[in-house]
Design a protein around this ligand. Structure first.
Ligand SMILES: N[C@@H](CCC(=O)N[C@@H](CS)C(=O)NCC(=O)O)C(=O)O
Length: 342
């Protein structure tokens, strides 16, 4: 155990000291602009968040957030290259400079933010850990998994949440750890584990991919807070600012009723000082980030506001059919709260 902890610390230190390219404020943005495309780290396959459709095009909330950022930077949502990453490779892909930003259902925790050479930015999706079991198992509560074999994914928050939960309740379990969701799903299907522990949204996606989804159930309990946010490399404040205020702009657009369909018209006609700033009629916000004054207009035109992105990818008419819940605007009782953009 002790040796494992030492080796984990050594890995983190090594990763940070030896693979982090020299950073200075603005270096990432300069590199992105010189390259002419954004490089975005995403999931290898998670319906609703990031997955290739039948034509091989990437779709999902995380994918749209990347495309919108490309539109804010270049005026073109197609100027983005996607790099699919597994849970255990995602963070080193950021620190090594392989990707500019990570939009990959990644939970923000203190140690990820502080110790990995990363910065966690504004959370854009709130979920929680749960367990999936066979509907026929009769299990309704997590404590009823005492003695169970549980499939988990390596390098996820879910590993630790599960271990902590069983310890807290003086219960036992046997972990079976995989690299990819499909492997854990197949092991669950084959009866190699009694349950799959993961974020509830991910479990909903895994359940959909089963031949008979109704044969599987996701427990109602949520054992943790899993706020997903973008991650960037530590040490480049200008790039951090761009990603941070881009996410806030998508939130603010929804709060202000600005959509892909009406953004141009509002920009052309509004007398409201806040909206004029947000939409670049007066240029100070874009200027502060060294972006085109139309950065927000371009992003919203390409992918819509936060609510439009949510509904399209995760909402009631999507395969996952999630309700907004915590991901509703603060004005409607949720946690989505844009900081003032002035
Ligand atoms: N939010 C959790 C989990 C993130 C995660 O990677 N989830 C898995 C499912 S638990 C996943 O996305 N798997 C897709 C794959 O197989 O690459 C974290 O940040 O650690």
């Amino acid at each position: 155990m002790f040796r494992r902890a030492i080796s984990a610390v050594a890995t983190v230190v090594f990763t940070f000291l030896w693979t982090a390219p020299p950073t200075r404020a603005g270096a990432t943005m300069d590199a992105v602009l010189a390259r002419g495309e954004l490089v975005c780290g995403i999931n290898t396959g998670f319906i609703g968040f990031s997955y290739p459709n039948e034509r091989g095009e990437w779709k999902g909330l995380d994918v749209d957030l990347c495309r919108g950022l490309a539109a804010a930077l270049f005026g073109d949502p197609n100027k983005v290259r996607f790099v699919p990453l597994t849970p255990s490779t995602r963070f080193t892909a950021v620190t090594s400079g392989e990707v500019d930003v990570l939009f990959r259902n990644s939970t923000e925790t203190m140690l990820r933010d502080v110790t990995l050479g990363l910065r966690a930015i504004t959370p854009y999706f709130y979920d929680g850990h749960s367990f999936m079991v066979a509907a026929s198992s009769g299990i309704n509560k997590a404590v009823e998994l005492d003695g169970a074999t549980i499939c988990l994914l390596q390098g996820t928050t879910n590993e630790q949440i599960t271990a902590d939960f069983f310890r807290r309740h003086n219960l036992s379990f046997t972990p079976v750890v995989f690299e990819r969701s499909e492997q854990a799903r197949d092991a669950l299907k084959a009866g190699r584990c009694d349950s799959f522990g993961s974020d509830a949204g991910n479990l909903a996606a895994v359940r959909l991919s089963m031949e008979d989804p109704s044969a599987w159930k996701i427990l109602d309990e949520r054992l943790s807070k899993e706020p997903y946010g973008p991650f960037v490399r530590r040490g480049d404040d200008e790039w951090y600012d761009v990603v941070r205020w881009y996410v806030n702009a998508l939130f603010q657009a929804e709060e202000s009723g600005i959509t892909a369909a009406n953004v141009e018209e509002i920009a052309a006609t509004t007398n409201d000082a806040d909206l004029r700033r947000l939409l670049g009629v007066t240029p100070e916000l874009g200027k502060a980030l060294k972006l085109d004054p139309k950065w927000v207009v371009n992003a919203i035109k390409a992918v819509g506001n936060y609510g439009e992105i949510f509904e399209r990818n995760l909402g009631r008419d999507s395969p996952l059919g999630l309700s907004r819940g915590l991901n509703e605007q603060w004005t409607k009782g949720g946690l989505i709260y844009a900081l003032p953009m002035r």
